[in-house]
Write a protein that binds this ligand. Sequence first.
Ligand SMILES: Cc1cc2nc3c(=O)[nH]c(=O)nc-3n(C[C@H](O)[C@H](O)[C@H](O)COP(=O)(O)OP(=O)(O)OC[C@H]3O[C@@H](n4cnc5c(N)ncnc54)[C@H](O)[C@@H]3O)c2cc1C
Length: 591
Amino acid sequence: MPYRAPVEDILFTLEHVVGLGQALEAGKLGDLSADLVRAIVEEAGRFAGERVAPLLRSGDVHPARLKDGVVTTPPGWRELYRDWCEGGWNALSGPVEYGGQGLPTMLSVVAQEMWNSGSMAFAVGPTLTIGAVEALAAHGSEALKATYLPKMVSGEWTGTMNLTEPQAGSDLGALKARAERQADGTYRIFGQKIFITYGEHDLTDNIIHLVLARLPDAPAGTRGISLFLVPKFLVEADGSLGAHNDLRCAGLEHKLGLHGSPTCVMSYGDGEGAVGYLVGQENRGLACMFTMMNNARLMIGIQGVAVAEAAHQHALSYAQERRQGRAPGWTGEGMSPIALHPDVKRMLATQKALTAAARALCYACAHALDMAHAAEGDDKVFWTERASLITPLAKAFSTDIGVEAASLGIQIHGGMGFIEETGAAQFLRDARIAPIYEGTNGIQAIDLVTRKLPMSAGRTWRVYLGELSADAHEARAINRPDFGRIGEAVADALRHAETAALWMEETAPRDPAAVLAVATPFLRLMSLAAGGGYLARGAVAAAKAGRDDAPARTALARFYAEHLLCETAALAHQVMTSSDSVGTVDLALAV
Ligand SMILES: Cc1cc2nc3c(=O)[nH]c(=O)nc-3n(C[C@H](O)[C@H](O)[C@H](O)COP(=O)(O)OP(=O)(O)OC[C@H]3O[C@@H](n4cnc5c(N)ncnc54)[C@H](O)[C@@H]3O)c2cc1C
């Protein structure tokens, strides 16, 4: 079934769950209005459904190919990319002074969700360009910005992020790519980068690489890394393209999924060195990267939501068609649609509920980033820390549930799910990378417990959980049995999260290894509990407004509370009682 953007769900989450309305009213989002937001979401959704999604399969069965140094993208992608740029979609969040529309992160994330639902392999390219634009806008010199940003914002040129090397993945301090100073103020770059998304392709005339490298006199480790802009083609003073820089795509990876996206081995400086321009200050390259990390990680989190949504729509459509057995209560002729079997319904509902929770987490993170951007003083600190706290949850939980929802999608299809023609398997294969790149989910969990919990001496997480507890209270205050169950389960889950967070605080100073051993279940616990709070908030808002969709939102929140939040007690138990056993398992091979 072709993807249809869940426009109403998206708008509901923005408006009633994460506070778009308050941000608009407070004038935090410039001259945006609710009507304009709706128009943009509808239009982006239409493009995702009508133009991007039809090429999903093409991107899977026709992987990007490398021949004689030229990378060819799947059939139809060049035209799609052209239309995408002409529609102004690449410029959505770009800085206004360089031709962008300067729209808030909330809208950028929403649009990214829909495009990634259409085709994650296609959408990941523009995601990288947006990241590169952001880094350059924040840290580039005026001359670099004037030369490169207008064309990167319009999409005429794409951008890449070159961090990873064979010996330097999670640990970027180990990277070896070299940069040498030149008399004219430029640099020459030498070295190999691996896994570079859209490092080479046929969509645009030029590709602007942002490359991390080390100067000869740089300190060891992460304090000695600098960031350079290295264009594929050098740009002349009049803006025209000059000589091919000393860089090439040395190979393409054969991957489990995301086939249409070229994942490149990039070689810099086979000859005299690739010409590079410093971005920011020498040895401060990682700091430049970190300023955009919240945003980049959120953009990968939304990929998880996107694939979960697409896998759910696909599975639901199949389950409504496929007939087997007779579901309880089925009075029709012959076999019933499998969607009516309680176990299948449970799987479909699980996909839907997890997707809704992860969507709320990602949008809440985007909202915090927008509020931080517009705020000053203490308010700015508050929203910046809120965004920092939610970022690892949004990235790791959403990408984990992307994989879970896609796997459930296969299960719902039965044997046909294992057969490629149905397309169910592609969602799982594509989704599987998201928990790995942009900082593995293990690294996200470590970030949460070592850097994010201690922010403002623990006040940041306490205030956050406190706000969500108020949602549980609001649910209970609606004097109805279903809301009572939602409120109770959410309150319990938040208590479990709080108890485990207190354990983390208390344990970290005396036993850091214990904290690291259970960081991942802790991140899951926090995310599940927060998701419950958001779904409760949505159900309460819909009921109070007397909306037609209130019964459906209440039912989904109740399903989540009863079927998914029951995990939180076990997770809290695991966090607080089992860290010791991780280190005691004997992993030696028996010979
Ligand atoms: C399809 C694809 C596209 C990519 N695109 C890009 C790109 O555009 N640009 C780019 O620069 N990179 C890109 N990457 C690289 C990606 O970001 C890395 O693969 C990722 O950061 C993990 O690094 P690694 O593969 O070296 O794994 P490793 O760092 O070797 O990690 C292996 C395992 O060890 C764990 N681990 C590592 N260190 C620790 C630690 N300190 N504590 C606890 N656990 C730890 C990890 O969580 C993981 O489970 C891409 C990768 C792929 C596959």
